[in-house]
Design a protein around this ligand. Structure first.
Ligand code: GAP
Length: 529
């Protein structure tokens, strides 16, 4: 986080507020919540889906519709096993994982913070009265200042799982062979309880399934996978796109869609999910242009984030060093955002060379070359890939927008205004439409007319309940950039001067202006475009 960033406690409290607002106002719900929840999966509620759609539509417009040399694709989610064998996912798309020997909790081995302290090691345990005993190595790490009896209690709990008589209290177990050992910077112990972990082993992150009604578990030929990235269908359809569209290098194929990874530790709200959406472009080019285009795409992507309301100063660029990049990548930038839970990746811009197309040519034995008419050259194009996470961007937008302001209300009292400062472009609701009073038919009729005028062009929300101030607050909390109030001036009760004009209130400044209804649509369209 930046130098002025708040404490971890404040950041955790902030994150809690954002999560609570998202649930309270219908942005994001836990999947299958009434059944206890499906870990790593999320449902977007009425406001969340609008926000997400606005993001995806803007990405599509900027990248596909406004570019002559980028076309779209919508590939299948179920993926042929050969595609993912060729890409290396079947053999190598894995994370190291280990299990807590005490609680069976599964942890990502590469995400465990190294710890130091004294390990209490045991060779087994026994229970004299019943004659039960076990020989098995186990250890518990105690950090400085912790009571040694904590290690013994944990060890007894561990060995008690092997008791044949479950009536025996763990307290009655005798520990064998206790010895201590200084441990420095070790990742072999569970940071939560000090228990020893299993050795790390590789865990493939793909969801496997079987195609067809008669497919049985053992039928390897029926195996398919839920795609772990949208990129592969782009490579596999490269030749079809090339032959059916008059595209020339450099050109891109863009795709937005769901991807699936059986993440070991889904965490940080929607940040690391098991089902998520990606927005990816494979931008094909000549080898000599690869490096420069990677830099160019980085700038284009940074500009995009600025346009949706994520300022440059809250983004970090990690130039991934040699040895840490994927083996096929000659250059990778990670675009990271300052989330309340830390600086984390939003998007990767990677120069993937000709690796993927070459692999698919080799495995499929189909020609995937590009023929350059002018130079009379045939070659496998290289590719630059800006790969963004849609859900992560939504989360960044929510974190960026959230604010609590102290303001003085109409009664001259201080109050907290919760406001989401979404850019009008991506805000889920563009305008609130309020008749000043709900029991005045002329006001209601006019307000409904205004609603119907705007509805075909943008998402609006009609609200006639409560005082105007309260209605403003409700819209502030979901980030509606404008509120339109239809009052007595609108219907000509105070003379003809202001007839058919409305009060337009802007969310961030809370300033109000009078505007003719006839100008309203164009005014708002310009702001939200
Ligand atoms: N085709 C390249 C690729 O998939 P990646 O870095 O694994 O690269 C790209 O993923 C982006 O997809 C990430 O920057 C992130 O925004 C998003 N993403 C990846 N795994 C995710 C997960 N488990 N949950 C949410 N978003 C994820």
């Amino acid at each position: 986080m930046s130098e002025t960033s708040p404490s971890p406690e404040k950041n955790a409290a902030l994150m809690e507020k954002i999560v609570s607002l998202c649930k309270r106002r219908g942005f994001i719900f836990q999947s299958a919540e009434i059944y206890g929840g499906l870990n790593g999966c999320w449902d977007y509620g009425p406001l969340g889906v609008e926000l997400k759609r606005n993001l995806k539509e803007y990405w599509w417009r900027k990248n596909v519709q406004e570019n002559d040399n980028i076309v779209g694709l919508d590939g299948s989610i179920l993926t042929h096993q050969e595609v993912l064998k060729a890409s290396g996912h079947v053999g190598g798309f894995s994370d190291p994982m280990c299990d807590c020997l005490l609680t069976r909790a599964r942890l990502r081995a590469d995400q465990i913070d190294p710890q130091s302290g004294v390990a209490y090691c045991y060779t087994g345990a026994s229970h004299e009265e019943s004659g039960w005993s076990i020989e098995r190595e186990y250890a518990v790490l105690l950090k400085e200042g912790q009571d040694e009896n904590k290690a013994r209690k944990t060890a007894r709990l561990y060995f008690s799982q092997f008791l044949t008589d479950k009536q025996i209290s763990p307290k009655k177990i005798e520990l064998a062979g206790e010895r201590t050992e200084e441990v420095r910077e070790s990742t072999r112990f569970n940071p939560e309880n000090g228990s020893l972990l299993t050795e790390a082993r590789e865990f493939n992150l793909m969801f496997k399934t079987h195609l067809g009604a008669s497919a049985d578990e053992a039928d390897e030929s029926a195996v398919a996978y839920l795609r772990p990235e949208t990129a592969q269908s782009i490579f596999v359809q490269f030749k079809n796109v090339l032959e059916t569209n008059r595209v020339k290098l450099p050109f891109g194929i863009a795709q937005i869609g769901k991807s699936f990874r059986n993440e070991i530790n889904p965490r940080n709200y929607t940040f690391r999910s098991r089902e998520f959406e990606q927005m990816e472009i494979e931008f094909f080019c000549r080898e000599e242009d690869g490096m420069a285009l990677t830099d160019e795409w980085l700038e284009r992507r940074l500009a995009f984030y600025e346009e949706i309301g994520i300022p440059r100063e809250h983004l970090h660029i990690l130039d991934v060093p040699d040895g840490e990049r994927a083996h096929y990548s000659r250059k990778t930038y990670d675009i990271e955002y300052e989330f309340p839970f830390g600086i984390q990746e939003l998007e990767g811009v990677a120069y993937r060379t000709d690796y993927d197309l070459s692999k698919h040519r080799e495995h499929s034995k189909k020609p995937l070359e590009y023929f350059d008419e002018e130079k009379k050259e045939k070659f496998i194009p290289h590719v630059v890939e800006p790969s963004a996470g849609c859900d992560r961007t939504v989360l960044a937008l929510l974190c960026e927008a959230f604010d609590e302001e102290t303001i003085t209300n109409e009664k001259d009292k201080e109050e907290t205004r919760v406001v989401m400062h979404f850019s009008p472009r991506i805000a889920p609701v563009k305008a609130g439409i309020f008749p000043l009073l709900k029991n005045k038919p002329e006001l209601v009729k006019k307000a409904r007319q205004v609603e119907n005028l705007l509805k075909p062009f943008m998402t609006v929300f009609y609200d006639e309940t409560g005082a105007i101030g309260r209605r403003y607050r409700r819209q502030d909390e979901i980030g509606t950039p404008y509120c339109v109030t239809i009052d007595f001036d609108t219907i000509g009760e105070n003379g003809d001067d202001l007839i058919d004009t409305v009060t337009l209130r802007e969310r961030d400044s809370m300033r109000q202006q009078r505007i003719p209804i006839s100008d309203l649509r164009n005014f708002l369209l310009e702001k939200i475009h």
